[in-house]
Design a protein around this ligand. Structure first.
Ligand SMILES: Nc1ncnc2c1ncn2[C@@H]1O[C@H](COP(=O)(O)OP(=O)(O)O)[C@@H](O)[C@H]1O
Ligand SMILES: [Mg+2]
Length: 263
């Protein structure tokens, strides 16, 4: 299947997927996918439920490794290294490519310990460093005004929307280059959803964001570049306005019209 591509080289980030296929047992759930992600943009992966979006995202920081009977072919290059190689240091990879999950994963620890939890897996922090990292990263996710008087209380007492921002702060504290987000607002109310969406738009100034969403309207609000995945195939990709206003393939038109999948 031919995919239209017309992207200036300088806008490409250091993360490139080439001919990626993934099988669970003998079912091929990703079929020969090739993608160049765009640097300092919100790269949005959309598609129906079960189309392979999470599998694709989870391949990028090797979280799929834990799945029994998975087989992968193709390459994913990050900083000129194929991260699918057996000898890849996955801890280092996950430091560079952080992930935010569908439901906030707050640890049963204080708000401040939640922020520093990830970075402390990589290095020991002094007390002064901890204080500064906590403040800096809670400010980045606009949570500081809401929590600065109770940093030693448990992260679990926060609302779900605040918890998701706390998880993003924890991801940012590790200073990744790329942030993967798998339907990060699906458990949130509309107000918290907007807060996270606004945050994504700010984050792209510093990071490359790769967002999986099944919400077409969310993709319209936050994306710069869209990849449409259906039935494990990359059907079409394009810059936001072009993708939504002038989709080329029938499959994309049907999906954008009423989320119907004719792949
Ligand atoms: N751990 C797994 N073992 C077997 N099949 C899986 C596993 N994870 C996902 N799948 C299957 O792979 C396909 C793609 O799933 P997924 O990537 O989660 O899709 P999406 O995120 O688009 O909803 C689905 O058919 C799903 O059932
Ligand atoms: Mg999913």
């Amino acid at each position: 299947m031919k995919i239209e591509k017309n992207i200036p080289a300088q806008s490409l980030c250091d993360l490139t997927i080439s001919n990626l296929s993934v099988w669970f047992t003998d079912v091929e759930v990703l079929k020969n996918i090739s993608i160049n992600f765009k640097k300092n943009k919100v790269n949005c992966i959309i598609g129906p439920s079960g189309s392979g979006k999470s599998t694709l995202l989870r391949s990028l920081n090797r979280i799929n490794d834990d799945v029994h009977k998975i087989k992968t072919s193709g390459t994913i290059h990050f900083n000129n290294e194929n991260i699918l190689q057996k000898n890849q240091d996955v801890t280092k990879l996950r430091k560079n490519i952080g992930m935010v999950f569908q439901s906030p994963c707050v640890f049963p620890k204080s708000i401040s310990e939640n922020v520093t939890f990830g970075i402390q897996q990589h290095r020991k922090l002094s007390k002064a460093e901890k204080t500064s990292i906590v403040e800096q990263n809670l400010k980045r996710v606009s949570l500081w005004p809401e929590v600065h008087t109770r940093l030693h209380q448990s992260g679990n007492i926060l609302s779900i929307g605040q918890q998701q921002r706390l998880c993003i702060a924890r991801t940012l504290a590790v200073q990744p280059k790329i942030i993967l987000m798998d339907e990060p607002t699906s458990s949130l109310d509309p107000l918290s959803t907007r807060a996270i969406e606004n945050l994504m738009i700010t984050l792209k100034e510093t990071y490359t964001v790769i967002l999986v969403t099944h919400d077409i309207n969310q993709a319209k609000r936050v994306s710069d570049h869209v990849f449409f995945i259906c039935n494990g195939e990359l059907i079409e990709e394009g810059a936001k306005n072009h993708f939504f206003n002038a989709p080329q393939r029938e499959e994309t038109k049907e999906y954008l019209k009423d989320e119907a999948c004719i792949c």
